[in-house]
Design a binder for this molecule. Structure first.
Ligand code: PMP
Ligand code: GLU
Length: 396
């Protein structure tokens, strides 16, 4: 098949690929605990379910305006105002089929060939691929100068050029769980204003934070920053609505109009009953604190388990639901006579020989790490960590 040239520089989502592979192996009778896709095991909140069912019964099953219903846009605006104290207008909002889709629309609407887009490493798997698909060039900037996965400001300054169109920030971060310090967010925002660069702020994990840490959104840093920031969020993580595909973006009206144009030629509106459900869900996040408390217990369990393994080092994440342990001490060791060369081989060996399924760090631009989600029961985490320890005991 003669595929489009752009497919050669473009990869399938590694998180979804590994998750799908493990699902297939388990369907064939294997027993692999999947630590792959970051998807809360909690249920969709009851009011959202009710609203979706009622919407279907009531006949709200037709197209809506491409950017979403007025009611949902109003709910998004009110939710954002309540959380961040920032007011948006209806023509500054688009509702999409997930935050991933909003981000895709942003990249298609904003990036040209020869544009450079700064992405901090380790990064979420879809950022570089979406930039590449828009024909632009991802420019990678290190984080982690001191082990806390904070962006390296010196590296950032050295990578900004006349071609830098945007900087993507993601705090709380996938895959590291880092929450950027206020100082870092302020410095990045200042650089964006000084150099006329857009900020894309992916805040999908904003309400999943621990230890009293609060993420700072650049849109709260005054009009100069707000007007050049595209805020992306969605209901997949906080509301456990991954399969319902509901995300949104807030930003400059001209950019939002361009995104609507792209969406009108690709997917049209987000699924109508799900929009009704999201409108209801956004009214009440009071169910979330006990869930975050449960995530924190799981985090503590998994981080302790990693740090008890020789050659493994894991920073305790401040947000999201991923651990990103460093397995440098295992590279070069052997299991059953097979040498561990890199994160891909280690992840594959863990799936095949230990029945534990993480995502290789290289998918996030970080060779010696593995990403484990802990959005799963304590029992599963415990079992997975026991399997990992048994594997570790046989390393030579
Ligand atoms: N951004 C980040 C950082 C993510 O981890 C995800 C994963 N789902 C998304 C965006 C997209 O989420 P969704 O499309 O399910 O809203
Ligand atoms: N965002 C989640 C993850 O990183 C779900 C999969 C995906 O959309 O990439 O695991």
């Amino acid at each position: 098949m003669k595929l489009a040239r752009r497919m050669s520089s473009f990869a399938e989502s590694a998180t979804l690929e590994v998750a799908g592979r493990i699902t297939r192996l388990n369907a064939e009778g294997r027993n692999v605990i999947s630590f792959a896709a970051g998807e809360p095991d909690f249920d969709v909140p009851e009011p959202a379910k009710e609203a979706a069912i009622n919407a279907i019964r009531r006949g709200q099953n037709k197209y809506t305006p491409v950017a979403g219903t007025d009611a949902l846009k109003t709910a998004v605006i009110e939710f954002t105002k309540k959380n961040l104290g920032v007011q948006y207008a209806k023509n500054e909002v688009i509702v999409s089929l997930g935050a991933k889709h909003s981000l895709y629309n942003v990249s298609q609407a904003l990036f040209d060939e020869f544009d450079e887009v700064v992405i901090f490493t380790p990064y979420w798997v879809s950022y570089p691929n979406q930039v590449l698909l828009a024909g632009a060039t991802p420019v990678f900037v290190k984080s982690d100068p001191d082990g806390s996965f904070q962006p390296d400001m010196n590296d950032l300054k050295s990578k900004i050029t006349a071609a830098t169109k945007a900087i993507i920030i993601n705090s709380p971060n996938n895959p590291t769980g880092a929450v950027y310090t206020n100082e870092v967010v302020r410095k990045i925002s200042d650089l964006a204003v000084e150099n006329d660069i857009y900020l894309i702020s992916d805040e999908i994990y904003d309400s999943v934070v621990y230890d009293g840490v609060r993420p700072l959104s650049p849109v709260t840093l005054g009009e100069d920053v707000r007007k050049r920031t595209i805020l992306v969020n969605g209901l997949s993580k906080s509301f456990s609505m991954t399969g319902w595909r509901l995300g949104y973006a807030l930003g400059d009206a001209e950019l939002i109009a361009a995104m609507v144009k792209i969406q009108s030629q690709s997917t049209s509106n987000a699924v109508t009953p799900m929009q009704v459900a999201a409108t209801e869900a956004l009214k009440d996040l009071s169910f979330l604190p006990p869930r975050v408390e449960e995530f924190k217990r799981r985090r503590d369990l998994i981080v302790k388990a990693f740090n008890s393994l020789e050659g493994v080092n894991c920073t305790s994440p401040k947000g999201a639901f991923y651990a990103f342990p460093d397995f440098t001490g295992w590279i070069g060791k052997s299991f059953d006579g097979e040498k561990i060369r890199d994160s891909v081989q280690l992840a594959n060996m863990l799936i095949d020989k230990a029945g534990v399924g993480p995502v290789p760090g290289i998918a996030f631009g970080s060779e010696n790490h593995l990403r484990f989600t802990y959005a799963m029961s304590m029992e599963k985490i415990e079992e997975g960590m026991m399997r990992l320890a048994a594997f570790a005991s046989k390393l030579s």
